[in-house]
Design a protein around this ligand. Structure first.
Ligand code: AMP
Ligand code: MN
Ligand code: MN
Ligand code: MN
Length: 280
């Protein structure tokens, strides 16, 4: 491995709302010269076995990961679990419960769509035909396929986001609970895309403090869609609060050319990379 390995610690496969199989994702990462890759599907570790097998074949280092949905003051917060033990029974039970929450929520969201005159049953069937755990991304794609909206972001804007007809308030487990699962499974909890939550500066300070108090030790300082000023802000939060820094593209789809695997901005000076504790 070169002195500066290429590292991407936040990616999705079709076990959640990405479009590549875990093996295809790893192949694509290897082709993009990534040395260390974390697969971090939403609330599932179902892809890790296949991803690890392909990573072994290609000589790429796979970090066992997951992106878990948590609730914090009615806001959905995403917590990355990195270097988790996928065999940990408590984590496996917790993720089975998350999958059940996702199925229930999707049925409720589609019932709301029916109530406003849209084909909720058909949309639900389209979402459930996907191999991965149901997410709102799948539903947005189904709304596009039905010709109800022309783009997925329009689906969120018109129907799915907070304040719209089909929004269901997140009923995810508490942030501290989710961080606890990750730690018990031997993982590092990293707060995903901290600049992306639509909360005030004061609320963000409180979020970071509560995350640290719960045992979170890292935050995602470089994330695919982040502007340069977000990287700088996240770096400052990491330094101020003593978090290490993770880096990830949040890759979902090859056709999203603006958000490729790897090719991430360098960490600003002064922050400690999360992978230092893992010998990288
Ligand atoms: P869920 O976890 O089921 O609430 O789905 C969240 C996923 O939807 C995120 O991981 C994104 O991939 C996607 N998403 C959220 N908001 C938007 C948006 N405004 N436009 C497009 N995709 C979005
Ligand atoms: Mn997603
Ligand atoms: Mn996320
Ligand atoms: Mn993600």
């Amino acid at each position: 491995m070169s002195a500066e390995p290429s590292i991407d610690l936040h990616t999705h496969s079709n076990c959640s709302d990405g479009s590549l199989t875990p093996a295809e994702l790893v192949s694509r990462a290897a082709a993009a010269d990534i040395d260390v890759l974390a697969l971090t599907d939403h609330d599932t570790i179902a892809g890790l076995t296949d991803a690890a097998a392909r990573a072994d074949e290609l000589g790429l280092r796979l970090v066992t990961g997951v992106e878990i949905s948590a609730g914090w003051h009615a806001q959905a917060i995403h917590v990355l679990g990195l270097w988790i033990d996928p065999a940990n029974p408590a984590l496996r039970r917790a993720l089975a419960a998350q999958a059940e929450l996702r199925s229930l929520r999707m049925r409720r969201i589609c019932a709301r769509l029916s109530a406003v005159g849209l084909p909720g049953e058909r949309l639900l069937a389209a979402v459930e035909a996907n191999p991965g755990l149901p997410t709102r991304s799948h539903l947005a794609a189904a709304l596009v396929a039905e010709g109800i909206v022309s783009r997925t972001d329009e689906a969120f804007r018109k129907y799915l986001r907070r304040g719209r007809a089909a929004h269901i308030a997140a009923e995810w487990p508490a942030l501290a609970t989710v961080v606890g699962w990750i730690r018990e499974a031997g993982g590092i909890a990293s707060l995903a895309h901290p600049a992306r939550y639509a909360i005030s500066a004061g609320a963000r300070r409180q979020l970071l403090a509560e995350f640290a108090a719960a045992g979170g030790t890292a935050i995602e300082v470089v994330t695919g869609a982040n502007a340069a000023h977000h990287v700088e802000a996240c770096a400052q939060w990491a330094i101020k609060s003593g978090f290490t820094a993770s880096v990830g593209s949040d890759f979902h789809h090859p056709q999203h050319a603006w958000n490729p695997l790897g090719r991430l901005a360098k960490l600003p000076p002064g922050v400690t990379p999360v992978w230092r504790s893992h010998g990288l």
